[in-house]
Design a protein around this ligand. Structure first.
Ligand code: ASP
Length: 431
């Protein structure tokens, strides 16, 4: 029996944890009435501890792991122009996929009219979300005021920039800074080992997160907004299962099924935790099992977790159409283009943490003069949509990374196709 358990891969254990958590949560929701057992013992203690404890463990890894691997990755690339090429391509693909995502959502909103005939008064209105970030702020925030602060606060874009600079200087000064270079290399090895230890707890963490969410979820909130929820889910499904595989096939000729078979466990974790930021270590790990060099993924995945949120953009596109229709406002072509632009900017300017998409939605609504109060209407069901869109967000980061690595010759296609085992890596691939 133990032998059989040992043969189950970590990815499958995560899936098992997720399904069991879902079943157990629904069981609690529908059949257990005792508030002491259900709420006090299970929800607020055991599941809360197991679920949030695991998210905290993952978050603990993010800054040192990302920082060390970016420094080591860049320092080991002798041709520094390659970093520019990888960076430029990655940002371009991230922006294109997000623009596709919003456009898709707007089209779905125009076809299915989710807000038509909705009586705004019948759904609770409570909006407490405000966001005042201009485009120039978004750009300026990339430069760290104080790198130590950025590291301490986990602000990914300034951390990435600072890591890139240190790596670049180490590559330039070579022997002069060998000791620091060695320290980062060993720090990176330590963080990779820590990641694989933490990952072993993923199935338990995912079980607790799912049981807690589905044990307390009020499904009643979904009913008046069924059309809105369905439109968002449709958009997410098209993006994940048509747009991404399409891009992968057209741009790399890789088989998307091989990707999804391995990658589902990352999507499950993103789904249960609702945060792309905490999913960074698992995403990098899985991509290296798919043959992507860590030199590339350790840079593109944290970058993607911050600047690429296609799932979030889809929710925002549908929400704009929903609110416009519910208030009887007609959005012309220029307003729609403004929405596409603002949603892309909103996706760039914020980190991948739970529900942030709802906050940046105010920026998108403001850009075309839609009443922000409408956000209060979708507030209640946003948690469940956040889960789905985070899974799409991390998939988008991984697909773009695969494309960039392929174009950059740092993808081992034999490993991707399962013809060769994953190689032990220590950052020397892209040269
Ligand atoms: N939770 C999402 C993420 O971390 C962001 C959002 O849409 O709220 O990717």
């Amino acid at each position: 029996m133990i032998e059989i358990f040992k043969k189950i891969s970590l990815g499958n254990w995560i899936l098992i944890g997720m399904i069991l958590g879902l079943i157990f949560g629904l069981f609690l929701n529908f059949y257990v009435d005792n508030p002491f057992i259900k709420n006090v013992i299970l929800m607020d203690n055991i599941f809360y501890l197991g679920g949030n404890g695991f998210i905290k463990l993952m978050k603990m890894l993010v800054v040192p792991l990302v920082f060390c691997s970016i420094v080591v990755g860049v320092a080991s690339i002798s041709d520094i122009r390659k970093i520019g090429a990888i960076g430029g391509r990655t940002i371009l693909i991230y922006i294109i996929t997000t623009a596709i995502a919003v456009t898709l959502a707007l089209v779905i909103g125009i076809i299915f009219k989710p807000g038509l005939g909705l009586n705004m008064a019948s759904v609770a209105q409570s909006s407490s979300v405000v966001m005042n970030q201009t485009m120039t702020d978004t750009i300026l925030n990339i430069i760290p005021d104080n790198p130590i602060n950025s590291l301490a606060n986990g602000d990914m874009l300034p951390v990435i920039i600072f890591g890139l600079l240190i790596g670049y200087i180490l590559a330039k000064l070579k022997e002069k800074t060998q000791i620091i270079n060695d320290i980062f290399t060993q720090g990176n090895t330590i963080m990779m080992e820590m990641t694989s230890i933490v990952m072993k707890f993923a199935p338990i963490g995912v079980f607790c997160l799912m049981a807690k969410t589905f044990g307390s979820l009020g499904f009643e909130a979904i009913i008046p907004l069924t059309k809105y929820v369905s439109c968002v889910l449709l958009g997410l499904a098209i993006q994940a299962f048509v747009v991404y595989p399409g891009l992968l096939v057209i741009l790399t000729r890789l088989n998307p099924l091989k990707f999804y078979r391995k990658f589902f466990s990352v999507m499950f974790f993103a789904f249960s935790s609702s945060t792309s930021n905490a999913t960074i270590p698992l995403n990098i790990e899985k991509l290296s099992e798919l043959g992507v060099s860590r030199d590339v993924s350790s840079f593109t995945i944290p970058l993607g977790a911050t600047i690429n949120m296609d799932g979030t953009a889809i929710m925002q596109g549908v929400a704009v159409m929903f609110a416009a229709q519910a208030y009887g406002m007609d959005l012309g072509t220029s307003a729609l283009l403004t929405v596409i632009f603002t949603a892309v900017m909103a996706s760039i300017g914020t980190a991948g943490v739970p529900s942030v998409g709802l906050v940046t939605l105010t920026m998108v609504f403001n850009s075309v003069g839609l009443p922000v109060a409408a956000i209060g209407v979708i507030f209640g069901i946003d948690h469940i949509l956040d889960m789905f869109r985070t899974a799409v967000n991390v998939t988008g980061d991984a697909i773009c990374t695969l494309i960039v690595s392929f174009k950059n010759n740092s993808l081992d296609t034999d490993v991707f196709n399962g013809k060769k085992p994953q190689k032990e890596e220590n950052h020397h691939v892209t040269d």
